[in-house]
Ligand binder design. Structure first.
Ligand code: NAD
Length: 428
């Protein structure tokens, strides 16, 4: 079939078996048998689970699972599972964790695990009056929401409060109702979505309006985690480095272009733990970046300062929506192992560890930036990657990488040239 004739319209694709779907895609893309077999390898995810987690599955993709060492958080030691495709992140986290082991290590606190469920009511007459009327029925509405999740209620969680706002929008006034739910150890989206959908008809009856959107907000401003770290400048490379780390923090406060990259460094750590434990990392990212912009200007989520004793002190504050029950956390066998390695018993504790990792990751990145530049640490791995890209295998990878580093020519074209030379036997 010529490429121009192909149609991506494949009726019932989702109903076909994994192998059948893979065969279709294999033909479509002209995959070799070797490529098909590689894709078909689901690694440590059982086929049944993979095929039920998402739709249209045709294979698996394995990422490396690593463990960051040296973490002391709230006085307790942790080995932190991280899954990520980027080099140096795990090494940097382990390194910074070592610098932050004084006293009880990194101190972290998460508050109640409250999420916000939203209902947007449109076409409401006398919206301010109706908003008050909703509050008049608060108990009844909360009681109704409670009936949706007896497990959560039995465990001590559930709906806590109801808040109402009137928004003036381009389509006129809209009532926004927030149902505050303590979701305990769940990320909470399913739990909260069920509740807001269930109370929507009640709200329509009270207001005479129409419930348009009924879903959780990923702006989890009631699920904030705070992390603090204090270290001797000597531990990070001396007073000069510590002072420059503080300056880097100030530059991020003044410049959103820098702040985004500053926060990306924090999320390197947080998302790696999120992936290892099968969290909804899009929710975490969306919430974190919205929080960074809560003043109206995008700001760094963390701050580094020098205290009165000349110690380098860092603080981080962000919302984290994570779970150890529900979602994929209890479905993916590797996520379960990751939680076992961490030894966490609650979502709150998982959030605290993630914030601690975020702060350590941030310190490592800033230190590398002001100390030796970010490329030095990345260089060896970058050189190896280039060698692999050029086609090197086995011991040639390191040989070519070393040559490129030694000669200060870390480039793809040079890696190819060196490989050709080695293969021709010109370089021994
Ligand atoms: P879930 O519904 O699978 O599990 C939560 C339920 O587990 C609770 O409702 C409760 O009944 C039960 N439970 C048992 N023990 C518990 C405990 N100790 N603490 C709390 N609950 C306990 O999962 P969820 O966390 O409600 O939803 C998460 C999923 O929703 C994720 O897969 C996410 O990707 C998805 N999702 C997200 C969004 C979003 O973020 N916008 C939207 C839709 C779906």
């Amino acid at each position: 079939m010529s490429h121009e004739m192909r149609s991506s319209r494949i009726p019932g694709f989702y109903k076909k078996s994994l192998d059948e779907r893979l065969r279709i895609v294999g033909e479509w893309a002209g995959l070799t048998e070797e490529e098909v077999n590689l894709l078909r390898n689901l690694g440590n995810l059982p086929e049944k689970i993979a095929d039920s987690m998402i739709e249209n599955v045709i294979g698996g993709m394995t990422y490396p699972f690593a463990v960051a060492v040296n973490f002391k958080i709230n006085g307790r030691d942790y080995l932190v599972p991280m899954v990520i495709e980027e080099t140096s992140v795990v090494a940097a986290a382990s390194n910074a964790a070592k610098m932050l082991r004084r006293g009880r290590g990194i101190i972290v606190r998460a508050g109640p695990q409250e999420m916000i469920g939203q209902i947007h009511l449109v076409n409401v007459e006398a919206p301010y009056y109706k908003a008050m009327k909703i509050l008049e029925h608060k108990e009844e509405i909360i009681d109704h929401a409670k009936q949706q999740d007896s497990t959560l209620i039995k465990l001590g969680g559930g709906p806590r409060d109801l808040e109402v706002r009137v928004l003036n929008t381009r389509m006129g006034p809209v009532i926004v109702v927030h149902l505050i739910v303590d979701v305990l150890d769940a990320m909470g989206a399913n739990a909260v979505n069920t509740m807001v959908e269930s109370i929507a008809p009640l709200l329509e009856k009270i207001t005479g309006g129409e419930a348009r959107l009924r879903i959780i907000s990923n702006y989890a401003t009631r699920r904030i985690v705070r992390a603090l770290a204090r270290t001797d400048p000597e531990d990070v490379g001396g007073k000069d480095v510590a002072r420059k780390i503080v300056e880097a923090s100030i530059l991020a406060e003044a410049d959103p272009y820098r702040a985004v990259t500053h926060n990306k460094g924090i999320m390197n750590g947080i998302i790696a733990v999120a992936l290892a434990t099968a969290q909804d990392h899009r929710a975490i990212e969306a919430g974190a970046h919205a929080y960074a912009a809560r003043s109206g200007v995008y700001k760094p989520l963390s701050t580094w300062e020098l205290d009165e004793e000349g110690m380098l002190v860092g603080s981080l504050e962000l919302p984290l929506q994570v779970g150890i029950v529900g979602g994929a956390t209890k479905v993916h066998p590797i996520a379960k192992i990751a939680l076992k390695i961490l030894g966490v018993k609650t979502a709150k504790e998982l959030a605290e560890i993630m914030a601690a990792v975020g702060l350590a990751q941030n310190l490592a990145a800033l230190r590398a930036l002001v100390h030796e530049g970010i490329q030095k640490g990345h260089m060896r791995l970058h050189a190896r990657n280039l060698a692999i890209m050029a086609g090197a295998t086995g011991e040639l990878i390191d040989k070519i990488a070393e040559r490129m580093i030694g000669e200060g020519k870390i480039r793809y074209d040079y890696a190819k040239k060196l490989l050709e030379e080695y293969l021709k036997g010109e370089n021994k």
